[in-house]
Design a protein around this ligand. Structure first.
Ligand code: TRP
Length: 494
């Protein structure tokens, strides 16, 4: 690591000297650790399966390139210039460019979004955790689809089990957070990230042996645009924010530890590329196995938990590879969950003058408690659902249908708060921040600065607004008033 920066120096904007990553590589690993998580390995495959495969993947890739990377650059840039928690950073930068301190609200929304996401993220990570001893014990060997389903429904049906696993995962997360950036975060990701890549590649080789590798690949990479819907396009856009950890200040906080000389563009592209590779590898592992066992790609959120153990249970050395797979998933979720809570912790440390350890314990307990809503939504309170729809004289447009507390939290955060946060970040960085500042921070050639500026000022905000309006039901509302169907429009584009 030749570009090591071992001295801790006082930074512009921040009141106190601030810790920094020890090298550019450490930042890239940490940001990749944040980006790569359940979103890539659990969510990407199931939403791909629900939206018909190749065409969805193509649109998702376009979203990563045109909105994901520019917003990531903007978020890192704001973080590094502000050098504080997202709330103080936004206030400080707004003042610096002559705008209202109410931009601090953006930081607030991020802290709350991170909290809410972690509350359910930890429960799902708990599922993965509980599959490690299950796989290792060999109970899936030779089990049929019904048997595997029973294992899954027994798990989610038991509030006690979910609570236990959620508790363990929260302790794991808060232990790393409490140890701080250099001590905890950086060490954890330096070892976990490379290990993750190695495990994934081993599993891809394994999937190649499944006999249905080609079918899996063609499902992922051959676009069939007749399968794409407005919902698919918008899900792809929303997921671009989620998978890159954008829109809530996580990457902003990581950026705040970034040394001055590091190129933000190079780091952003590296992170986005690695995140995308992991998602595609996960798809290349999962779909061949799905097809080899005549499973249903559109099985929903339970996809990997209901189908993979079945496949692993039928294959030679399945227990070993299955165990590795879930260990890998837990690692990936762990390095992501850290970044979901880090903004709240840095903010609390500064605001209340609490130590890192004290603030970690407090916020960990709060998130743990909020997780109870998700836990009970799978069992005790599964009947407690909400539905919202808009009725016009063209018919009824459903926004949320029978959503449990978990569905609602996922929807509120991924479809509303993150796109809104990403949109505001793009507007702030592209329109409100003085150009001389963004030029200085990004240090790009005029051509690339122009490209970033165009994507950040125009494309990203427009896409952000569309995702947000769709989530709020506004698009369905206009469709109904105007009597048009955007689905047909999107299909006609290709
Ligand atoms: N990106 C992570 C994943 O794909 C989840 C995550 C971590 C996240 N930090 C975030 C999502 C911040 C949104 C915002 O699993």
């Amino acid at each position: 690591m030749s570009d090591s920066e071992n001295t801790l120096s006082a930074q512009s904007g921040g009141a106190q000297p601030r810790e920094q990553w020890s090298s550019r590589l450490a930042f890239i690993l940490a940001a990749t650790g944040s980006a790569v998580g359940l979103g890539n390995i659990w969510k990407f495959p199931y939403i791909t399966g629900e939206n018909g495969g190749g065409a969805f993947v193509l649109i998702y890739l376009l979203c990563i390139a045109t909105i994901g990377i520019p917003i990531m650059m903007a978020e890192i840039m704001l973080g590094r210039r502000g050098r504080q928690d997202p709330i103080s950073t936004m206030k400080h930068l707004a003042r610096e460019s002559g705008h209202s301190r109410s931009w601090g609200l953006l930081g607030w929304m991020g802290v709350i979004a991170g909290f809410l996401i972690l509350s359910y993220y930890s429960v799902i990570a708990g599922w993965a955790l509980s599959y490690v001893p299950r796989m290792a014990s060999g109970i899936f060997t030779g089990l049929d689809a019904d048997g595997v389903n029973t294992v899954f429904s027994d798990l989610v049906g038991s509030a006690e089990s979910l609570l236990a696993w959620h508790t363990i995962f929260m302790i794991m997360t808060m232990t790393v957070v409490a140890r701080g950036v250099r001590g905890g975060l950086e060490k954890a990701v330096t070892y976990l990230m490379p290990l993750l890549f190695i495990l994934l590649v081993i599993l891809v080789f394994y999937a190649m042996e499944s006999g249905h590798f080609e079918q899996g690949l063609s499902y992922l990479f051959t676009p069939d645009f007749s399968k794409i819907s407005t919902k698919g396009v918008l899900t792809a856009m929303g997921h671009a924010f989620f998978t890159l950890s954008l829109g809530m200040g996580a990457i902003m906080v990581y950026g705040s530890y970034l040394p001055e000389k590091t190129s933000i563009a190079t780091a952003s592209i590296a992170v986005a590329v690695m995140d995308t590779i992991v998602a595609l590898l996960a798809g290349m592992i999962i779909f061949p196995i799905v097809f080899a066992n005549a499973l249903e790609p559109a099985a929903g959120p339970g996809l990997i938990f209901k189908t993979l153990p079945l496949a692993f249970g039928q294959m030679p050395y399945g227990d070993l590879f299955g165990t590795l797979f879930f260990v890998l998933l837990v690692f990936a979720a762990w390095t992501s969950s850290i970044s979901l809570i880090e903004p709240a912790v840095t903010w609390g440390m500064k605001t209340f003058k609490y130590s890192r350890i004290k603030m970690s314990v407090i916020s960990g307990l709060l998130v743990w408690f909020a997780g109870l809503f998700t836990i009970f939504s799978f069992n005790l309170a599964s009947d407690f659902t909400i539905s919202t729809s808009i009725t016009t004289h063209y018919g009824e447009f459903v926004i949320l249908k029978d959503a449990t507390a978990f569905d609602f939290l996922d929807y509120l955060t991924s479809n509303i708060m993150l796109p809104l946060g990403g949109l505001m970040i793009a507007i702030f960085a592209g329109w409100l921040m003085k150009k001389e500042y963004s030029k200085q921070e990004l240090a790009l050639s005029p051509f690339w600065y122009g490209t970033w500026s165009f994507l950040g000022r125009f494309i990203a905000p427009v896409m952000g607004i569309i995702v947000f309006m769709n989530a709020m039901g506004i698009i369905a509302f206009f469709e109904s008033i105007l009597g048009i169907k955007l689905d047909a429009f999107f299909r006609s584009l290709f």
